[in-house]
Design a protein around this ligand. Sequence first.
Ligand code: UDP
Ligand code: MG
Length: 316
Amino acid sequence: MKDILYIVVPCYNEEEVLPETSRRLREKVSALIAEGKISDRSRILFVNDGSRDRTWQLISELHDSDHIFSGVNLSRNRGHQNALLAGLMTAKEKCDMAISMDADLQDDVDAVDGMVEKYYAGCDIVYGVRSSRKKDTFFKRFTAEGFYRVMNALGAETVFNHADYRLLSRRALEGLSQFKEVNLFLRGIVPMIGYTAGTVEYERGERFAGESKYPLKKMLAFAMEGITSLSTKPIRFITGLGFLIFLVSIIMLITFIVKWAMGMTVAGWASVICSVWAIGGLILLSLGVIGEYIGKIYLETKGRPRFLIREVLDDE
Ligand code: UDP
Ligand code: MG
């Protein structure tokens, strides 16, 4: 008896790509079943993240036409990470391994074979890693790679050039389910699960159709989310900065006293005004960062559910 694979695909307004995505995924899963690599109870699970177009209708039709397709319909739009988690947690009950993938076919479907192979070789987590970013615009590549560098410099362990294309074994999914945080940043949490990990390289393509659901604004919010939910270094940085500024002000004070004793009058309007502005700015910045964490604590204490499922389509 071979192991059951679930491919989990979050979808937000993806009616343009779904027909092609479902066709390619079905081909891939059928081929794997035919080769005897996975169980014939394997499924492709689409998660509808509160789409405003016909996405859910398409998913229901797919499910009716072929039971290899399953669906989860969220109560409303909860964002990529939450939608993915909803899918993975639904799959956890039914599968031995789950692969998460974007709906837009940017993730190379053929990398699935490699992931499954590594799973049988004993990996609990297999990261899909981009071999290059040739197809990204310079801007996207620059911002994204800068982001990974900053994350790692801040002490949050992330896998370089790995997005949310990965395989998790059932055991890893059980582990993931024990992370109760509301501020979800899967890329940072998965490495914390531990167990044996492997990587599979793939070439990331362009979006098959439709437009990105991650405009710059969402990307920046996502980066901020990642940094503040995984690292407390910004707070330490501020403490250090405060200390440094304090030292500088002491040195300034001493210099001014010495100058005064030597009878040199200080025409200090400029320096006073400058330091007032500098300190004011720094205080505001610090307050903002501290506020970021307080905001997180606020959200965590409420313990709100991260997603609610409206409906599940699945045949065992
Ligand atoms: N997505 C989602 N909910 C959202 C935004 C995006 O489920 O609120 C899904 C989307 O359907 C896609 C994946 O997240 O499957 C990645 O989005 P996209 O391809 O637009 O991001 P990009 O590749 O441009 O970073
Ligand atoms: Mg995409």
